[in-house]
Design a protein around this ligand. Structure first.
Ligand SMILES: *Cc1c(COP(=O)(O)O)cnc(C)c1O
Length: 427
């Protein structure tokens, strides 16, 4: 594989961008080697600047559920762009996108659009604190909610990968306002609420975590958290930035039939452009400015290009059978990889939630963050490199999900699995 152009750009990038990247997990630190530079994408494929083509299971870290450069999404964005990129004045598409969101996630009666998942969770926490008049927040170890100061504690993938358990620059007070519990452990949740009665504003969780690898909730866990938070007058926040429109069309809240107070969305709702959202019942959302006292704003929030991409994506995704088709491919990939590993005698534990999945390099079970970190990350790195050499791009970290799109057809999956069989045998 020729990497001349990528190598040259990587050298230039390191001179002017910190670590050569604008987001840490892109740097391949945990899998070794240097990242390639992408030139273009089409459907399930990306092509780098040296002309190498890869099957892509990262899909911009989740958003591209319709694949790269989907013609209808591209057209919607082009049309919007021709009319002007941004106004800072209301546009109709903001209403239409919010309507699609509310239709799929009825727990969100009212919506506020923002620009990134980080902004959504940060704002949802502020709203929860403003609404309840309380300070403390319960967070689940291994869940990632963006790089919000108070939430960068045991925050999953990027930090796990770098071996940074916490980040300098976060005040003690910010860290101290966050209480940690392990995933899938209702007893621990009960204990924390007992110890801090009437002081907890919100419990925030990835209902199906995708940032410590993919982990499924055990029976009754999410329901238990729902009851517990309600009994304590505390808000339950589902961070569905990754799981929304991926675990199921209506997200984890639909799949497990649990109604959170606030929901955070991102990734898929922007169809590859910067768009995110948070929302909930009118009673809570009315605490936000300009109606209520909790301030939150954004120059580019509800941007016409982002709303055009998001609206086109959500509409296409709801076409008959399309989501089920992506989910079936996800099952095919997940089961196929596990089988290939087994044939080669490589111990793995596979987890799948709708259109996302993960292969832990360990026997399992994987119930929480502590379990996830028992994975053989060296072996994952070898798997990653072997697949990349064969033109298949999985996430450059053990603790990320593999994402499917509606463009990953049988031939793409067959090519992936035959490469995987070779790679597993070499491990
Ligand atoms: C990606 C992600 C975020 C952060 O979103 P950004 O757009 O990167 O700020 C927050 N929560 C979850 C669950 C995510 O997967």
């Amino acid at each position: 594989m020729n990497n001349t152009q990528s190598a040259q750009l990587w050298k230039e990038a390191n001179g002017i961008l910190v670590g050569g990247v604008n987001s840490p997990v892109r740097a391949f630190n945990s899998v070794g080697g240097d990242p390639f530079f992408v030139a273009s994408g089409a459907g399930p494929f990306i092509t780098d600047v040296d002309g190498n083509r890869y099957i892509d299971y990262v899909l911009s870290w989740g958003p591209l559920i319709l694949g790269h450069a989907h013609p209808e999404v591209t057209e919607a964005v082009s049309k919007a762009l021709a009319k002007g990129a941004s106004f800072g004045i209301p546009t109709e598409a903001e209403i239409r996108l919010a309507e699609e969101i509310v239709k799929l996630m009825p727990a969100m009666q009212q919506v506020r659009l923002v620009n990134s998942g980080t902004e959504a969770t940060m704002s949802a926490l502020r709203l929860a604190r403003g609404y309840t008049g309380r300070d403390l927040v319960v967070k689940v170890a291994g869940c990632y909610h963006g790089h919000v100061d108070s939430l960068l504690v045991e925050a999953g993938s990027g930090l796990t990968t770098l071996g940074v358990p916490n980040s300098p620059g976060i005040t003690e007070a910010q860290a101290a306002s966050t209480l940690l519990i392990p995933y899938n452990d209702l007893e621990a949740a009960r204990a924390v609420f007992k110890a801090h009665e009437h002081k907890i504003a919100a419990l925030i969780i990835e209902p199906v975590p995708g940032n410590m690898g993919v982990i499924l909730p055990e029976d009754g866990y999410l329901q238990g958290l729902r009851e517990l938070t309600r009994d304590n007058g505390c808000l339950l926040i589902f961070d569905e930035v990754m799981s929304g429109f991926r675990v199921a069309l209506g997200g984890a809240q639909a799949k497990y039939d649990v109604t959170p107070d606030l929901s955070c969305l991102g990734k898929v709702i922007g169809g590859g452009l910067p768009c995110a959202a948070y929302g909930g019942p009118e009673e809570i959302m009315q605490y936000l400015a300009p109606v209520g006292p909790v301030y939150q704003a954004g120059t580019l929030s509800g941007n016409p290009l982002a709303t055009a991409a998001g609206l086109a994506t959500l509409k296409i995704l709801q076409r008959d059978g399309l989501f089920e088709q992506v989910e079936a491919k996800s099952t095919q990939l997940s089961e196929g990889l596990a089988e290939a590993a087994k044939e080669a005698g490589v111990p793995v534990h596979g987890a799948q939630a709708g259109t996302m999945s993960c292969l832990f390099f360990q026997e399992g079970p994987v119930r929480n963050y502590a379990d996830a970190t028992q994975s053989d990350t060296e072996r994952y790195a070898a798997f990653f490199r072997g697949m990349l050499e064969r033109g298949v791009y999985f996430a450059p970290s053990q603790f990320e999900a593999a994402f499917l799109s509606c463009t990953h057809d049988d031939s793409v999956l067959d090519a992936t699995l035959s490469a995987a069989r070779e790679v597993f045998k070499s491990l």
